[in-house]
Design a protein around this ligand. Structure first.
Ligand SMILES: [Zn+2]
Length: 463
């Protein structure tokens, strides 16, 4: 697809000895989704919770979901398998042999890139894909975040946070499906372990029980072979291995090439299985990633405490961003902001980092409205990280999503999609309305994305 702007950091890493790489690798296990994210697993069927649903005017909804049986009017609707490959940067499709991805592109559409939301981290970015909302509206404003109203913190590594639907705003596509009489199934995806508005997918999987890639693919194929009354029309599938390799050894490393080729084989197994179904012509396949990957610069690690007086400040700091909750009102927040930007707090002159009052965050990032966003938001340039203890891993993401290294992938094929199309970049918030259209569902109308950008890829009858 397009050439990627890449930072040259080879000089910076040249002095790193074996111990240094071992430390970075150990750290990456904790930061990357692979091995670090909580809950989901082998194909264990769980019943949906029976709490109240989020009914909306003009949309026929079923409180609590389908109860595992498709409504009669659902039986004639298409099927959709949404597959996410965490951290799959857009240009990997050009760099490596990906015959299975190419198969989907030939049958349907491939975008130049999928532009993620800010911050391009696994939890916020995935949840924007499935809700059509920016994080400032769906509320997952980071992989970890603080909620001043609750006085509590969400942590993507804490299974209790992940499973608690009260953290999740908006309406993910599987809730749209279940409340409109359509059975949904999740072989992992952010949010599918929670009861959101009282609704879960009929089938879902704990991350801790996630099984091997082959087991996940076979579990999806088992679901698609169920009798029509119980067969899910929406199925999600998730792989974290490309992200893990990118963190551990960097986006240009041989390990990423191996991970890409392996998930391509997994995808091939899925496509072969779908092609063997009697109802194969009714199945759409949508391939996405949540974000890309960039090199983290070991020579550009910033200690926020050294440059601003953070006494009394609740700082939620990740490698690639920080939300600061500043007591004392806006006057003190301005002081913290200016300390970071001017580098006066600790006598440092900062390069490659910028602090904003919440109201000043660039409009293009859509990162202002939610109270879980800090009074001061600090955003480093791509490659620059915050000092959170261990050295940064070779690969990271979470920086400004307008940077090409943060861009992911979007490909789709199915009965409503014209074959052989190549399109430009797609915004990830535009996927939810598109998924709803493919499934003949009435989407939540109150979303940030729209169908206009992707309508041209549909066959005229499906627009
Ligand atoms: Zn990651």
């Amino acid at each position: 697809m397009t050439n990627t702007h890449r930072m040259n950091v080879s000089a910076a890493t040249g002095g790193c000895r074996a111990w240094c790489w071992a430390a970075a690798l150990a750290a990456a296990v904790a930061w990357g989704p692979e091995g670090a994210e909580p809950g989901a697993g082998a194909a264990s069927a769980r019943e949906p919770a029976a709490a109240g649903a989020s009914a909306q005017p003009g949309r026929a909804t079923t409180p609590g979901g389908t109860g595992g049986v498709n409504a009669p009017e659902t039986l004639d609707k298409p099927y959709l398998v949404l597959v996410s490959f965490d951290g799959f940067r857009h240009d990997y499709l050009d760099r490596y042999a990906t015959p299975s991805f190419d198969r989907v592109a030939a049958r349907g559409v491939a975008a130049e890139a999928l532009v993620p939301v800010y911050p391009p981290l696994t939890f916020p970015a995935h949840y924007s894909i499935v809700t059509g909302l920016h994080p400032e509206r769906h509320g997952l404003v980071g992989n970890r975040f603080y909620d001043p109203a609750r006085g509590g913190e969400y942590n993507y590594r804490d299974p209790a946070s992940v499973a608690d639907g009260t953290w999740y705003g908006g309406e993910p596509i599987w809730v749209t499906a279940e409340t409109q009489g359509m059975v949904a199934a999740a072989m992992l995806l952010v949010g599918t372990e929670a009861d959101i508005g009282g609704v879960r997918p009929t089938f879902w999987t704990r991350y801790a029980d996630r099984g091997t890639h082959r087991e996940r693919v076979d579990g999806v194929l088992d679901w698609l072979a169920l009798p029509p009354e119980r067969r899910p029309h929406l199925v999600t599938l998730y792989f974290a291995s490309v992200d893990g390799a990118g963190h551990r050894t960097g986006p240009a490393s041989p390990a990423v090439a191996e991970a890409v080729e392996r998930v391509d084989a997994d995808l091939g197994r899925l496509l072969d299985g779908i092609d063997a179904l009697p109802h194969r012509a009714a199945v759409s396949v949508v391939l996405v990633s949540d974000h890309g990957m960039a090199e983290a610069r070991p020579d550009a690690v910033i200690d926020l405490d050294a440059v601003a007086d953070l006494r009394g400040v609740r700082a939620v700091v990740s490698l690639s961003g920080a939300n600061l909750f500043v007591p004392g009102g806006e006057a003190r927040a301005r002081v913290v902001r200016d300390d970071v930007n001017d580098g006066t707090g600790g006598g440092n002159v900062l390069k490659g980092v910028r602090a904003y009052l919440r109201s000043e965050v660039p409009a293009a990032l859509h990162y202002r409205a939610h109270p879980r966003i800090g009074d001061v938001v600090v955003i480093p340039d791509p490659g620059v990280t915050f000092d959170v203890g261990p050295p940064p891993p070779p690969g990271m993401h979470g920086w400004d999503p307008r940077h090409p290294d943060m861009h992911g992938i979007f490909l789709a094929s199915g009965p409503d999609i014209r074959p052989g199309q190549r399109i430009g970049s797609v915004d990830s918030v535009d996927l939810y309305p598109f998924l709803a259209r493919l499934l003949r569902l009435a989407p939540n109308p109150d979303v940030d994305g729209g169908l206009a950008a992707l309508a041209p890829v549909l066959a005229p009858a499906a627009r």
